[in-house]
Design a protein around this ligand. Structure first.
Ligand code: CP
Length: 308
């Protein structure tokens, strides 16, 4: 039986192309399962998973919890804001206390880049990165590519532009790694101030003209401005950002071809995309959310098979 090359999912950077194909084939099976009337399989009845979130989340937190429950794992949830972290307990102490309750796997969202990597070196459990600061968000990139594959048949040779706040985006970095591993072409588009200086070293071209970028691509992945990570002003006003880098229906309809619109959520409606674009037939935003459950089931199932 095929297995992943890694025992943790810390970032797409640590995966190879075969890992991604294995995750997708496993997710195909679980997508079929979650569309049955009985949406559950008994695969992980002997596994206990802790979801530990040090940052807010709607999609990722609920999607992981649902994925774990669909696999019949036992699940505990931890939110830092209501925990003894507020009394000064360290990350390692917190996780080791949770693990001493016979927990096998930890899914962690943390504001600090590299927090999952750090944890994986200090505790004895399989770690899944559910987003670490501006570093990586691997399951988001996997569900994004899976959704492109579902919509367009394949990811290889597809042209994908990632638009917006690339500098502060873990979604952008994980998507760049995942798309390139699968043979897609990737460009980024946004204000120069929100494009990392090292972007060329990732083999990614920059296009600052949104219309040109959209006319080039098959898929536009629209990112949110990460206001919670902006220490200074990176553009004059939100209105000016939207005028230059927001997609509205008139712009979408005036393009040379019909492109696919994606967004990882949460959407700032009227800023990076208007509601009529977010809710249009070209948008696969809610398909991304649906696919997140199947992808997370696949990741957890494959990692759990390495600890049994
Ligand atoms: N896409 C995403 O990570 O959304 P949440 O922050 O709501 O989990």
């Amino acid at each position: 039986m095929s297995e992943l090359s890694v025992k943790h999912l810390l970032g797409i950077k640590y995966l190879n192309e075969k890992d991604i194909q294995l995750i997708f084939e496993t997710a195909d099976h679980f997508k079929e399962v979650i569309n049955r009337s009985i949406k559950k399989v008994p695969s992980l009845r002997d596994i206990t998973i802790a979801n530990i979130f040090f940052e807010d989340s709607t999609r990722t937190k609920l999607s992981f919890e649902l994925a774990e429950k669909r696999l019949s794992a036992d699940v505990i949830n931890f939110s830092a804001g209501q925990s003894s972290v507020k009394k000064g307990e360290t990350l390692i102490d917190t996780v080791n206390n949770i693990l001493s309750m016979k927990v096998d796997m930890v899914v962690m969202r943390h504001p600090n880049p590299g927090a999952g990597i750090f944890l994986s070196k200090h505790v004895n459990a399989s770690i899944v990165n559910a987003g670490d600061g501006a570093h990586e968000h691997p399951t988001q990139a996997l569900l994004d590519s899976f959704s492109i594959r579902e919509k367009l048949g394949d990811v290889a040779a597809k042209k994908v532009v990632i638009v917006g706040d690339i500098l502060h985006s873990r979604v952008a970095l994980s998507n760049i790694f995942a798309l390139q591993l699968q043979g897609a072409e990737v460009k980024v588009c946004g204000p120069r101030t929100l494009i990392p200086k090292h972007i060329d070293s990732l083999g990614v071209e920059v296009e600052t003209n949104l219309r040109k970028a959209l006319n080039w691509c098959d898929v536009a992945n629209m990112l949110r401005i990460q206001n919670e990570r902006l220490d200074i002003s990176y553009f004059p006003t939100t209105r000016e950002y939207t005028q230059q880098f927001g997609v509205n229906k008139a712009l979408l309809d005036s393009l040379d071809k019909e492109i696919v619109i994606m967004h990882p959520g949460p959407i700032n409606r009227g800023v990076e995309i208007t509601s009529d674009v977010a809710d249009s037939k070209q948008s696969i935003i809610l398909d991304q959310v649906e696919n997140g459950v199947a992808i997370r089931m696949a990741v957890i199932y494959l990692l759990a098979s390495k600890i049994k």
